[in-house]
Design a protein around this ligand. Sequence first.
Ligand code: EPU
Length: 427
Amino acid sequence: MDRFVIEGGAELRGEVEVSGAKNAALPILAATILADGECRLEGIPRLRDLTTMLKILETLGVEAGWQDDGSLLTRVVDPSLTRAPYELVKTMRASICVLGPLLGRRGRAEVSFPGGCVIGPRPVDLHLAGLEALGARIRVEGGYIEAERRAGGGLGRGDREIYLGGPFGPTVTGTANVLSAAVLTPGTTVIQSAACEPEVIDLASFLRAMGADIHGIGSPTLTVRGVERLVGGTWRVIPDRIEAGTLLCAAAVTRGDVTVGNVEPSHLTAPLALLARMGIPVRRRGERALHVAGGERPRPVDVVTLPYPGFPTDLQAQFMAVLSVAAGNSFVTEKIYPERFIHVPELQRMGARIRKEGPTAIVEGVERLSGCPVMASDLRASAALVVAGLAARGTTTVERVYHIDRGYERIEEKLAALGARIERRAG
Ligand code: EPU
């Protein structure tokens, strides 16, 4: 298993480009199941999770091939296949994204029930209730979610309203699933409390580009009029706002001077406001780049994770790494996944002073962290350990970086090009 060896203390300097968004690319790729024609997707990041999704699509009769220009061409070659097997689904929860497209286009889906997750309970009850409200019959059998059109007709008859709000807000991939099934369902579907994340907007816009009739994109109410078929199309996936936020944290924690390119600043309003409150100014450079120049020790802040446009849970760990060297006490409250604090014990090993009280971590900033061996245990937690290692005194070894490879494209190469002393070592 690969690990990263990081010699902390180097200020990051220079320019870096963000890749396409993993969490937009996954449901968009799944939605190619719906297309009658070819789809050309641009900006798909080369990540482990995307490779998993391509394998799942292959088992579902979708052919995909990388082109010389870096785009990905997909085509349905066998629409009779409907089973997403345990062996693949168990390695990636987002495999659930094929459920809606399979049901919508092929009338049937068997998707292995996603298992446990280190960031806390991640039920799919809202996905299933939403698809049932659309007219599907659903049962769980032998570890698989089996969904099919009710006998004697297509999905749903007449119009319907589906509420997707849960105890922690709307569901992102649940919205993707219900929307992807609804676009080919006769009648009008109104989805209430739809997630408004930029990744959901990207999926909805892609579906519309293929011929779907969707109104209210970007709002909590999506109105979908079922169409008979979707043709293929060309689509460029949005830049990854979480990678952008992670790179800004890496620049800020080393008090460097970095321009982060290929960003959509409007997707980063909450993280940028927080950085401003931390005394870390980030300025726009043209339409699609952000420039951060540190210098000061970060100021402490209170932050609460919330559904978009609130502060994203996927940046909570990375910001906590920065706040662990702030000049004072910060309160970090997790409202999406109240148990998403697996990075805390590892940051503590590096000398961070963090106390947990329920869904809140109280972070008492220390002058400097000190490098040591730490263990990556999930994607964003490992990103936080890399951020911490860049600022720490001495050597930090991050074990099990396959977690980080799930969601960051060549992160060590991008950081090294900015002057970070980081190396990947095998075994
Ligand atoms: N929830 C339910 N029932 C459901 C679904 C969700 O109660 O049926 C709860 C969850 O337990 C959680 C909240 O609702 O408390 C929000 O979960 P959501 O369904 O929105 O999460 P997700 O769609 O499974 C996506 C991202 C996650 C990101 C969350 C929140 C993808 C592939 N994954 O997950 O990304 O943390 O939204 O923004 O889009 C990551 O990239 O590291 C990652 C975990």
